[in-house]
Write a protein of this length. Structure first.
Length: 205
């Protein structure tokens, strides 16, 4: 009888509405020319060699494209972060809401937008700088982002396997992992109910 009750409890839990499960936080960079996703991770990099999009090489470049990273959830916090070098603001990262969804932009020299205000995230040395910061999503999830801006040496902190100008790594704990689809939950619940019925028949016999 205990086994029968356990199977029934499992079935009921599996048939709960899908809304009871948190949706994954998804990040896209569809509008970021030059920026590439590193593998299947939520890590993006701007290669130092941008001749393929007409920007030249890093130290002789006429452009370092703006990185635009769109989230499928709004942010509770907004702000501007400055990455400094010996000449002032080298890069700027901004996070804000657009149309009810969060967006992060990574602006690099020589095209840094110099948005007003902002706080210093880090200062580039010979080996660049790598610094984490957090954003709170509207559902309370604390999203951790790590910005990386190069110095004067070959720079590849997150495994792009190429010299990069800038990189941005995005993680948000367990919420970024896919959750079971509603159909999978129904199948699992149906299986548990079948198990309960089978056990009941055996007990009756």
């Amino acid at each position: 009888m205990r086994i029968l009750k356990l199977a029934a409890v499992l079935a009921a839990g599996c048939l709960m509405p899908a809304a009871a499960f948190a949706a994954p936080i998804i990040v896209t960079n569809n509008s970021s020319a030059g920026w590439v996703q590193i593998g299947s991770s939520s890590t993006f990099g701007l290669p130092a060699n941008l001749t393929s999009i007409g920007c030249g090489f890093e130290n002789e470049t006429s452009c370092e494209p703006l990185g635009v990273f769109d989230f499928n959830i709004a942010f509770n916090t907004t702000g501007v972060l400055n990455i400094l070098d010996s000449e002032g603001v080298s890069d700027q990262i901004a996070f804000f809401n657009v149309g009810g969804h969060g967006e992060v932009t990574f602006s690099s020299d020589p095209n840094v937008g110099t948005l007003p205000g902002g706080t210093t995230l880090c200062t580039e040395g010979v080996n660049g700088c790598i610094q984490a910061f957090t954003i709170t999503a509207s559902d309370g999830t604390v999203i951790t982002l790590t910005a990386a801006s190069d110095g004067e040496v070959v720079f590849d902190p997150f495994g792009m396997n190429a010299d990069s100008s800038d990189e941005l790594q995005i993680t948000s704990g367990a919420v970024i992992n896919p959750v079971p689809e509603p159909s999978s939950l129904i199948l699992l619940g149906t299986g548990a109910l079948g198990l309960a019925a089978s056990l009941r028949r055996r007990l009756v016999k």
